[in-house]
Design a protein around this ligand. Structure first.
Ligand code: GTP
Ligand code: MG
Length: 308
């Protein structure tokens, strides 16, 4: 049984979640769009707003080029006409996330990312979401660097009534993953969400350790991990791209989760992420509570950032 989301309510969550981004830049576009003629100043202002929204230089230039050629080919002269074209242009740059199908049972999902990006919270949110979909979910706390990290996921597990396999502080994260996967196989779970330690993408040893965790999962269950999701902090803007490239090099990242969109004024980074990484944005974090995770919805995203 699925609870059909209440559409207006779901959109208002996106709109609220994106209010910082829209206030910081996109929402101000409305002052640009009116009965005036499109001129050089229009393009200049548009360019600076797109950069402020953290679209990045490349994406900004390419969006402007597309708009300019649309304006030419359609013979548009008024700034008001630009609004619709911009919305279409932005929408066309984001892919809808693919339907998640896990053919393996259990399917092992690793959550990876830099320190504090939102991995543990996202693991809990995903756990609740998939459990509501009727999946038997096991959480694995493989961040054994900090005692508090294991506790944090344990608190979530208790609150959400989800089973958990947790490592001892200081123990080998690979061994915890091995235990978790084996336990999931033995107990017939559908999904295993592995919370890994935050690591700086520039630290060689830490990235090597992540590779090892990845390999150990495959030893515990051939084919695992079936997905590696990179949790990016949306407030980091364009810097997230550098992190993403490093994680992609180390392990086979299969999807992106944009956490903390609600705290970010730089939601425009989503466009650069799609363009540069060629990875789907699967979910967006829109708050700190377990319910505050939504499948990425390009339509609502674009409408949300352009909202006044
Ligand atoms: N507003 C908001 N806060 C979030 C979101 N996701 C996570 N947070 C907060 O961000 C902070 C860090 O989140 P964690 O889940 O602990 O991040 P982490 O990646 O596990 O951190 P490390 O384990 O230290 O690497 C916490 O205070 C979370 O409540 C989100 O989508 N929105
Ligand atoms: Mg954590």
């Amino acid at each position: 049984m699925y609870n059909l989301p209440d559409m207006p309510d779901l959109f208002s969550r996106w709109k609220n979640g994106l209010s910082r981004t829209s206030k910081a830049a996109f929402g101000r576009l409305s002052s640009l769009f009116g009965a005036t003629e499109i001129d050089d100043q229009t393009w200049e202002e548009l360019e600076s707003l797109l950069i402020q929204a953290d679209l990045g230089m490349d994406t900004t230039v390419s969006v402007l080029e597309s708009l300019q050629s649309a304006v030419k080919s359609k013979g548009l002269t008024r700034t008001a006409d630009l609004q619709v074209v911009l919305e279409q242009e932005l929408r066309s740059r984001l892919d809808s996330p693919p339907t998640l199908i896990f053919s393996a049972k259990p399917a092992i999902i690793l959550l990876v990312g830099v320190n504090g990006s939102g991995k543990t919270t996202t693991a809990a949110k995903l756990g609740q979401r998939f459990a509501k979909d009727g999946k038997r979910v096991l959480l694995v706390a493989a961040d054994t660097f900090r005692a508090a990290a294991v506790d944090q996921l344990q608190v979530w597990a208790q609150r959400l009534e989800l089973p958990i396999v947790a490592g001892q502080m200081g123990s080998d994260p690979g061994a915890v993953v091995y235990d978790g996967v084996q336990s999931a196989v033995a107990r017939g779970f559908d999904l295993v969400l592995v919370d890994t330690a935050g690591r700086l993408h520039t630290r060689y040893n830490l990235m090597e350790e992540l590779k090892k965790v990845n390999r150990v999962a495959g030893k515990a269950l051939p084919g695992a991990p079936h997905a590696v999701w990179l949790v990016l902090d949306a407030t980091t803007g364009q810097n997230a791209l550098v992190q993403a490239r490093a994680f992609k090099e180390a392990v086979n990242v299969t999807g992106i989760i944009l956490a903390k969109l609600d705290s970010s004024a730089r939601g425009g980074m989503a466009f650069a992420i799609q363009k540069e990484l060629g990875l789907p944005i699967l979910f967006a974090g829109l708050g700190e509570k377990a319910e505050d995770l939504a499948p990425f919805d390009p339509e609502s995203f674009v409408k949300g950032i352009l909202a006044e």
